[in-house]
Ligand binder design. Structure first.
Ligand code: NAD
Length: 248
C-alpha cells in the first residue's frame, strides 16, 4: 500500500539533502525498491540499515560505464530521480574551463548516462516510467549572482527534460523537472559558512521578505513523490517550480 506501491526507483545523490529525503519519502509511500546512488559510502551505509527495500550503490553519476552496469543489475526500474548536482559559486569570469566541464558532467551529462541506461527498460515495460530531473530556479527562470555556470547546467536540464518528454510521449514515459529555490540541506549549511556565497543574500531576502524560511528537503521530496506516482499521469515535460513565492 501507499502512493508508490509496486514502484521500483533509482535516486541519485541519495546520501543527504533532497535525495535522502526523497528516498525516505519513496519508502514511506510503499515503493517496492529504492536504489540509492551516491559517492558518499559512509552516509549510504547509514541509509542501508533503514529498510530492506533500499539498496545502496557507491557510484559517481558521471561514470557512464558504472551507470550502464547499474541498469543491467536493476532491469525493471520505473522511476528515475536524477538528483545529483554540484554548485559552483563564482562569477562568470572567475569560472575555469575545468569547472565548466565538471559541472556539466555531474549536473547534465550524468542524466544523459542514466536516461540512456534506464529508458530502454522503461520503454519495454507495460508500466512505462517517470523520470524526474533536478533543476533549480537558477536556470532559465532566474539569473542568480555567482551562478552563471550552475544556472547554465540547470537550464540545460530543462531543455533535456522537455526533449525526452517529447520523444517518448506516446510510449508511457513521463519526464519532468523540479526547480527549487534555496533548500535547507547539508550543502547549504556548508555554503553558509562562507559569507561570500551569493546564496546568503538570496536566502536572507527569502527569510526576511517572503515565507520567513527556506524550503525543507522534505517539501521537495513530497513533490517528487507526486511526480513518481501515477497521480501525476498527465504531467510530462513540465517545469515544477517550488519556491515559496520566491518568483513573486
Ligand atoms: P547536497 O548538495 O547537500 O548533497 C548532494 C549529494 O550528492 C551528496 O550526498 C553528494 O555526495 C552527492 N554527489 C555529489 N556529486 C556526486 C556524483 N558525481 N555522483 C553521485 N553523487 C554525488 O544536496 P542538495 O542540496 O539536496 O542538492 C541536491 C540537488 O538539488 C542538486 O542537483 C542541487 O543542484 C539541487 N538543488 C539544491 C538546492 C539547495 O538549495 N539545496 C536548490 C535547488 C536545487
Amino acid at each position: 500500500t501507499g502512493r508508490l506501491a509496486g514502484k521500483r526507483c533509482v535516486v541519485t545523490a541519495a546520501a543527504q539533502g533532497i535525495g535522502l529525503a526523497t528516498v525516505e519519502a519513496f519508502l514511506r509511500e510503499g515503493a517496492a525498491l529504492v536504489v540509492a546512488v551516491d559517492i558518499n559510502q559512509e552516509k549510504l551505509n547509514q541509509l542501508a540499515s533503514q529498510s530492506s527495500r533500499v539498496t545502496c550503490r557507491v557510484l559517481d553519476v558521471s561514470d557512464g560505464t558504472g551507470i550502464r552496469a547499474l541498469a543491467k543489475e536493476f532491469p525493471d526500474i520505473n522511476v528515475l530521480f536524477n538528483c545529483a548536482g554540484i554548485v559552483t559559486n563564482k562569477t562568470f569570469l572567475e569560472t575555469t574551463e575545468e569547472e565548466w566541464d565538471q559541472a556539466f558532467d555531474v549536473n547534465v551529462k550524468s542524466m544523459f548516462h542514466t536516461i540512456q541506461a534506464f529508458l530502454p527498460q522503461m520503454l519495454s515495460s507495460e508500466d512505462g516510467g517517470s523520470i524526474i530531473n533536478m533543476g533549480s530556479v537558477a536556470s532559465t527562470l532566474r539569473g542568480i549572482p555567482m551562478r552563471s555556470l550552475y544556472g547554465s547546467t540547470k537550464a540545460a536540464v530543462i531543455g533535456l527534460t522537455k526533449g525526452v518528454a517529447r520523444d517518448y510521449i506516446r510510449q508511457r514515459i513521463r519526464c519532468n523537472v523540479v526547480c527549487p529555490s534555496p533548500v535547507a540541506t547539508p550543502s547549504y549549511d556548508v555554503r553558509k559558512q562562507n559569507d561570500q556565497d551569493s546564496d546568503m543574500e538570496l536566502c536572507k531576502h527569502i527569510v526576511d521578505n517572503l515565507t520567513g524560511r527556506l524550503a525543507s528537503a522534505d517539501e521537495v521530496a513530497n513533490l517528487c513523490v507526486y511526480l513518481a506516482s501515477d497521480e501525476s499521469s498527465y504531467h510530462t515535460g513540465n517545469v515544477f517550480t517550488i519556491d515559496g513565492g520566491f518568483n513573486l
